[in-house]
Design a protein around this ligand. Structure first.
Ligand code: NAD
Length: 441
């Protein structure tokens, strides 16, 4: 069996240890000869890198492991690049969240003005990674889950249409796991139909392997409780803000009781509620820095200090299983059915063929083949058309360095109440992002 060479771009990410642990846990299904980390923040990556060197030496000493900030060393002889970078890191995420909140507007990582600001930072960095990959390992596939995935995917469609980049998100996978808890099945046994944009979609069908339709049971549960289940509360370390998000799905479902919604829709459908429940001085970025980031880096430091990882400091990230499955689907042409972010091309038959949509795909050696989801109703179509225009305008604004187009993107976002508020937020975001965005004219 061929052994694969993996590069993790964003080596210093809080997700890197969990993904490496998941890769190590799946070596029989997906053999690996080399794992390398790449980051542009040497100090941050070194902590994770040193701890993982100790871990890998103990668990799988035959795997060659290294970490580097040099693109050529990183990207040479790689089969799969798993990319999870955060352009501007948490320092900028905090600004993405806090600046809109100053004006009473949703402050969120990927939705609304915060997502637009993050998108403007991510496009250039993602293109750089793709170009490194194509220069040093032209046969490599990039599995990208860096956010904001919808804007990154649109930038790839426009600017790198032939590159082997597959954009994917763990949110539907996580929600599917919650659905599995509700109907007492294994997540792998559920087969879904889904349409939407990234962080902006709906499940139209959920069946088990025998073809039993589970929609009615799920709709009944979620209309009462959202996606919050006792099992999820007990088994997953969920911050309070996530519990609240899963509960809120109940109110999103009320806007169309036929389809199961992605939880991110709350930012577009209930922005007033979100703002009311946000603390402008302590946002999700602060929660993550004090929570997941601290936990992961403390664990890494503990491993380095002890010189061993035998106390099990790093956890396997269960979410990361979909990334292993995705790599396997490409490596072994498994034709696994997975939700991917792809060019529509008629998959949603009454929607822009050139939009990047999230739909079930069959994934094999040639990448994802979208499955037709047919026509969608006017309510969802209207919402999606508005949102996809935002995403396209951001990419055009980045390419053309256009203030006007970026302002239009903000005006069109359903989270922003008026053109004047959009302008005030934009001007603050420009100031905050001057080290990252192209200079707009
Ligand atoms: P993090 O800040 O802990 O890690 C990101 C790392 O990327 C940092 O070490 C940073 O130095 C590095 N980086 C930034 N720009 C870079 C560049 N140009 N080249 C190389 N490295 C660069 O962030 P995190 O919370 O671990 O999240 C990482 C990414 O994964 C984010 O984009 C996040 O939104 C995304 N994410 C995606 C999903 C999904 O399923 N789509 C799920 C969770 C997280």
């Amino acid at each position: 069996m061929k052994k694969y060479s993996i590069l993790i771009a964003g080596g210093g990410s809080t997700y890197t240890p969990g993904i490496v642990m998941m890769l190590l846990d799946n070596l029989e299904r997906f053999p690996i000869r080399s794992i390398r980390l790449y980051d542009n923040d040497e100090k941050r990556q070194e902590i994770i890198g040193r701890a993982l060197a100790i871990t890998i030496k103990e668990v799988a000493p035959s795997i060659s492991f290294s970490y580097t900030i040099d693109p050529e060393t990183a990207f040479t002889d790689v089969d799969f690049c798993m990319a999870h970078i955060r352009s501007g890191k948490y320092e900028m995420r905090e600004k993405d969240e806090k600046i809109p909140l100053k004006y009473g507007v949703v402050g969120q990582e990927t939705c609304g003005p915060g997502g637009i600001a993050y998108g403007m930072r991510s496009i250039g960095d993602m293109l750089e990674l793709i170009d490194f990959m194509e220069k040093y390992s032209p046969n490599c596939w990039m599995l990208n889950y860096s956010n904001p995935a919808s804007i990154v995917a649109e930038a790839c469609r426009v600017l790198r249409p032939n590159s082997k980049v597959l954009n994917i998100c763990d949110m539907p996978v996580g929600t599917l796991r919650r659905m599995a808890y509700i109907v007492n099945r294994e997540p792998k046994d559920l087969e879904v139909k889904y349409f939407g944009l990234n962080h902006f979609g709906w499940w139209t069908s959920v069946k088990d392997k025998d073809g039993t339709d589970l929609m009615e049971e799920l709709l009944a549960y979620i209309s009462e409780n959202g996606y919050l289940t006792q099992k999820a509360v007990e088994t997953q370390h969920m911050d309070a803000s996530w519990q609240e998000t899963h509960k809120k799905a109940k109110d999103i479902l009320a806007t169309d009781p036929a389809y199961l919604p992605n939880t991110y829709l709350k930012y577009y459908l209930y922005p007033d509620y979100v703002v009311k429940h946000s603390n402008p001085n302590y946002t999700r970025a602060n929660e993550v820095m004090a929570g997941r980031e601290k936990h992961v880096f403390d664990a890494a430091k503990a491993i380095i200090e002890a010189g061993t990882a035998k106390s099990g400091e790093f956890d396997i990230d269960n979410h990361a299983l979909f990334i292993v499955d995705l790599a396997r689907a490409i490596a072994y042409n498994t034709h696994e059915r997975m939700l991917c972010i792809v060019e529509n091309k008629g998959a949603i038959s009454n929607f822009d063929p050139y939009a990047m949509v999230e739909v079930p795909c069959i994934v094999g050696s040639n990448g994802p083949e979208p499955l037709v989801q047919g026509e969608i109703p006017l309510f969802e179509k209207g919402l999606m058309e508005q949102q996809v225009a935002v995403e396209k305008l951001v990419v055009q604004a980045w390419i053309e360095k256009s203030y006007q187009k970026l302002w239009q993107a903000l005006i069109l976002s359903k989270t922003v109440p008026s053109a004047s508020v959009a302008k005030q937020i934009l001007d603050d975001l420009i100031e905050a992002n001057k080290d990252y965005w192209p200079e707009l004219n």
